[in-house]
Design a protein around this ligand. Structure first.
Ligand code: MTE
Length: 340
């Protein structure tokens, strides 16, 4: 991000303000569609209106989520194109296998997740191990808004306005030792609260707790982000309350939710999806339209919440999800077909 005499210059990949559909405007649009009684008309109405009707599903649930407003200082958008995905889509189309394996399960089953008290430990190869409580997560480092594309390995995508802070800022507080090579992340393990952890069958085959990892250079990259909120409010449970990782150039499964432990290491840590099916999910998991998943193409993606009731919009997937300018040099010399 460039600053010129106090005026922020937009970088080429940034979203134009006019492309953004804020939550309130979006809700107004829904109210209007409702008031017009357009719900039953179906296919004869234009795509945009259909999209509005499509978005009505989830309204009731969205209003039930317990979230509180956050204060943040800056507002950066790293998306380049495409409107921000509506709040009710981001919060009702989720992957969070601890709460079930269907897209609706997390929004339906995660509402009881207790995040207060919460404890996040930062340990391992650091000068100053840290233990943060719930308040620390939103108060220790100045919050900013970052709008990123999220590309799931299942070939769907969204554009999400996260609120949080750079992972590097947190790691700098702990003081990473010079020989550290990787960072490991761990989700809460609490089968009483997370029914998917009770058996491998219920939790999609994953060995819990869900674990993820980055190289130290990936972790220190300015795009790597710790999200504590979205759409200006604290994270709903289904999106990984109270704190989750967001690495926008990698497939969504790297963006681990509801984190309780961050361990700086001197070797590559195991990661959940790689442990489950190493032929299908690599450690790096960089978004790459040229390397297909063994069972489907990664060349295109379905943008959630766009297109009509009967025709979801498909767009071309970009290398590194469009963030090559910021991250490609992390992988120079690496064979990305082998290290996928
Ligand atoms: N983190 C945990 N702990 N458990 C999960 O099942 N799913 C991952 C990731 N983080 C997952 C997780 C996957 S596959 C994706 S695509 C993203 O979360 C989805 O994030 P979202 O539901 O906020 O869109």
């Amino acid at each position: 991000m460039k600053f010129t005499q106090g005026i922020r210059q937009k970088a080429p990949w940034e979203l134009k303000d006019s492309d953004v559909t804020p939550e309130l405007v979006f809700n107004d649009r829904r109210r209007i569609i409702k008031a017009l009684g357009l719900g039953a008309l179906g296919a004869s109405i234009p795509g945009q209106v259909q999209a509005g009707i499509f978005d009505l599903f989830g309204d009731k649930k969205a209003s039930q989520f317990l979230t509180s407003p956050l204060t943040y200082t800056s507002n950066l958008s790293f998306t380049g194109n495409g409107a921000i995905t509506p709040f009710n889509k981001i919060t009702t189309h989720n992957n969070f296998y601890e709460f079930g394996t269907s897209k609706q399960d997390p929004s339906e089953n995660a509402q009881g997740l207790s995040v207060d008290p919460w404890k996040l430990v930062i340990e391992g190869e650091v000068e100053r191990p840290l233990t943060l409580d719930l308040d620390d997560l939103t108060q220790m480092i100045a919050l900013e808004e970052r709008t990123y594309r999220l590309r799931c390995v299942e070939a769907w995508s969204m554009v999400v306005p996260w609120v949080g802070f750079p992972l590097a800022s947190l790691l700098k507080k702990a003081g990473v030792k010079s020989h550290a090579t990787h960072v490991a992340f761990e989700t809460l393990f609490d089968p009483e609260q997370m029914p998917g952890q009770k058996s491998r069958l219920m939790g999609g085959g994953i060995h819990y707790p869900y674990v993820e990892g980055l190289t130290i250079n990936e972790a220190m990259n300015p795009l790597s982000f710790m999200a504590v909120g979205l759409y200006g409010k604290t994270l709903p449970p289904q999106n990984g309350a109270p704190i989750r990782l967001v690495v926008p150039w990698k497939y969504g499964f790297k963006s681990i939710k509801s984190i309780v432990r961050i361990r700086v290491m001197d070797k590559q840590p195991p990661t959940s999806w790689n442990q489950l099916a190493s032929r299908e999910y690599g450690f790096y998991a960089n978004v790459n339209p040229n390397v297909d998943h063994p069972r489907w193409s990664q060349a295109t993606e379905r943008r959630i919440g766009e297109g009509g009731l009967f025709s979801a919009k498909r767009i071309n997937t970009q290398m590194f999800n469009g963030y090559g300018e910021q991250v490609a040099d992390l992988y120079s010399g690496l064979d990305l077909t082998r290290y996928f």
